[in-house]
Design a protein around this ligand. Structure first.
Ligand code: GLV
Ligand code: MN
Ligand code: MN
Length: 412
């Protein structure tokens, strides 16, 4: 079989999907269940139907587009990723895996390939944590990692529950129905940009992921006491933002001093109330993201955040409330799927690097219920989650080709 990828079609679809955005180009903002996200989903479903796939969606909005195999009784070979985008993001994160997955399927169909196992593209709901605080909502529910009851209690910043929002967005049915039956997948592969600089630095066109790091996130609320920026003397202050500043540096230091480069911690959101130049901050809300390939080391950082919070709280006479939103285990990729990807690379004489994914992905959760591997392509300077995120056309096409070849190998 000699496969060809329609690179121009794929690139123009990536551009078109980027036009569904709440930010000015080149930035992309597409938050789950906003009108923009719903329009992008409708556009994606139309592309899948146009390709001859059978489309369905579940109660949380995961979209499945299936190419039926000759034996409906055997498990599915899955691929896919997400199309939601954090505020001020780029156009490749997630999208390469979705539109590349669709192009891989189209290429196999045009080549006359007939799968025995159905091949199914999935577009996961809310890989990004922007709206409901935790990422990978769709894959957590599909894999049973998040219980439907816990999911129902998630709220957005306006206090709307996930259950309300998804129903208003047209996703009917019960969250209890989302979990996939055991043995659903024979294998699952996610194509994604690396979101780091290693492939580019090593001038290697492809990465095959063997392990996905363990993410955790916290919401921290610090309450001090506010007042007049002129009237309240420094000795009398319990400034919530000053306490937050100390805590943020303690979090940075906990990651920096872990003894491993794989430990990372980020405070990505700092909301200050009441937010006036002449008013002492009385409340601060922080969002914290901590990750490591080693779960014990990651958890040491979480404990350090707790102890630092206690000591800063005592010293500054402010209250600090830490809510752990998620603390997930890392995932190992399945040797058989890693090997299938490696064989496809060898077939096309393409070098690849075995690597760890420091970013999380829906594959982290699908790995709890299926043999999973990921295929990475380089992105310029390792940039991601920013508007100048860029993946070269030849890298996108190459990744799509290796994906197509591997989907064929696994679905025979
Ligand atoms: C996914 O977007 C991540 O933050 O790793
Ligand atoms: Mn992302
Ligand atoms: Mn992603």
């Amino acid at each position: 079989m000699s496969l060809t990828i329609d690179r121009d079609r794929l690139l123009s679809e990536i551009d078109e999907l980027a036009s569904f955005s709440d930010a000015e180009a080149p930035a992309v903002t597409r938050i789950v269940f906003t009108p923009t996200d719903l329009k992008a989903r409708a556009w994606m479903k139309a592309r899948c139907e146009e390709a001859g796939l059978t489309v369905r969606q579940d109660a949380v909005g995961n979209i499945f587009a299936r190419w039926n195999g000759s034996d409906p009784a055997v498990p599915v070979v899955g691929t896919g990723s997400h199309i939601d985008a954090i505020p001020n993001a780029g156009k490749f994160d997630g999208v390469v895996g979705v539109l590349g997955g669709l192009e891989a399927i189209r290429s196999l169909r045009q080549n006359g390939f007939r799968p025995k196992h159905s091949i199914e593209l999935i577009i996961f709901t809310s890989e990004e944590p922007t709206r409901f605080g935790i990422g990978c909502l769709g894959s957590r529910l599909l894999s049973g990692t998040l219980s439907p009851d816990a999911a129902k209690q998630l709220t957005d910043n306006d206090g709307a529950t996930l259950d309300e929002v998804r129903r208003e967005s047209g996703f009917a049915g019960e969250l209890e129905e989302v979990k996939l039956p055991s043995g659903y997948y024979k294998a699952f592969i996610e194509l994604h940009i690396e979101q780091g600089p290693l492939l580019e630095r090593q001038q290697t066109p492809l990465g095959i992921v063997t392990k996905i790091a363990a993410p955790a996130s916290l919401r921290i609320v610090i309450e001090g006491s506010g007042g007049h920026a002129g009237g309240v003397l420094m000795v009398d202050r319990h400034d919530a933002l000053c306490a937050a500043a100390e805590l943020i540096l303690a979090i940075e230091s906990a990651a920096r001093t872990s003894g491993a480069i794989d430990t990372v911690a980020t405070v990505g959101i700092c909301e200050v109330f009441p937010g006036a130049v002449n008013s002492i901050p009385n409340r601060v809300r922080l969002s914290v993201d901590v990750r490591d390939t080693d779960i014990q080391r990651r958890d040491i950082v979480l404990r350090t955040i707790e102890t630092s919070s206690d000591s800063i709280s005592a010293k500054r006479q402010v209250s600090i409330d830490n809510e752990l939103l998620n603390a997930d285990a890392p995932a190992d990729c399945a040797p058989a799927v890693v090997e299938a990807l490696s064989q496809s690379c060898r077939k096309y004489e393409l070098n690849f690097l075995p690597m760890i994914s420091r970013a999380y992905h829906d594959s982290l959760f699908i790995a709890r219920i299926a043999p999973v591997a990921m295929l990475f392509i380089p992105c310029r300077n390792g940039y991601s989650h920013r508007p100048d995120e860029y993946a070269a056309p030849e890298d996108i096409a190459r990744g799509t080709l290796v994906l197509a070849e591997t989907l064929a190998a696994l679905s025979r």
